[in-house]
Design a binder for this molecule. Structure first.
Ligand SMILES: C[S@@+](CC[C@H](N)C(=O)[O-])C[C@H]1O[C@@H](n2cnc3c(N)ncnc32)[C@H](O)[C@@H]1O
Length: 192
């Protein structure tokens, strides 16, 4: 009886969790390790820089940034279970001191200290984030988006993931009133 009740509760909780995940702008899909390295090499991450992964999942990108490049990693993740997992993994990897995992909605995250922002999200999420990235990131900051391009922005470079899919590198221009923004205005609704 008790086991049956436990099973039903677990089933209901899992269904609620899966249902809630389906409402997010990006579902969880981990980046393979080779591609994680390619993303970080494409961004040319340097020691001491701050790498932010919006929608960090289990934290693999920021953990690799800290381990391989001596960077500070900030992972922002909305799913509490993945946050716990990412924190545990960071601790086990010995990078607890240089990696922070925050349970937060990425659309409200403060990006002003980021040198590199990593995205593996969806076309919708990228579109919603574009103005925020332009307004909050410092000139020269890099944005690396795996699989999905930014709407109307011209990439500085395009790398290739292990799967063959593209990895787009963008850079916030040095001057305000920048080019990237103007190009975004030209995106038409039909492009969705
Ligand atoms: C495709 S996965 C990428 C995971 C990780 N960045 C990687 O490359 O392995 C997208 C992640 O974004 C998270 N996510 C979706 N919407 C979010 C939001 N509004 N704020 C924070 N995280 C979000 C999901 O929970 C999921 O873990």
């Amino acid at each position: 009886m008790l086991i049956a009740a436990l099973g039903i509760s677990l089933g209901v909780l899992s269904a609620v969790w899966v249902g809630w995940n389906l409402t997010l702008d990006a579902l969880w899909q981990p980046t393979d390790r080779t591609t994680v390295r390619r993303i970080l090499f494409l961004a040319r991450v340097k020691e001491g820089e701050t790498v932010v992964d919006l929608g960090c999942g289990d934290g693999r990108v920021v953990i690799a940034a800290a381990r391989m490049f001596g960077a500070h990693g900030l992972g922002i993740e909305i799913d509490p279970l993945r946050v716990l997992w990412a924190r545990a993994w960071a601790r086990l990897s010995g990078v607890n001191g240089s990696v922070r995992i925050m349970r937060a909605d990425m659309y409200g995250a403060d990006l002003s200290h980021a040198d590199v922002v990593v995205l593996f999200l969806s076309p919708d999420a990228n579109y919603k984030l574009q103005d925020k990235l332009l307004h909050e990131l410092r000139p020269g900051a890099r944005i690396v988006s795996y699989y999905h391009p930014m709407w109307g922005w011209e990439p500085e470079e395009v790398g290739v993931a292990k799967s063959g899919y593209p990895i787009y590198l963008y850079r916030i221009p040095e001057k305000p009133g920048n080019e990237l923004h103007r190009r975004k205005q030209t995106v038409r609704q039909e492009d969705f």
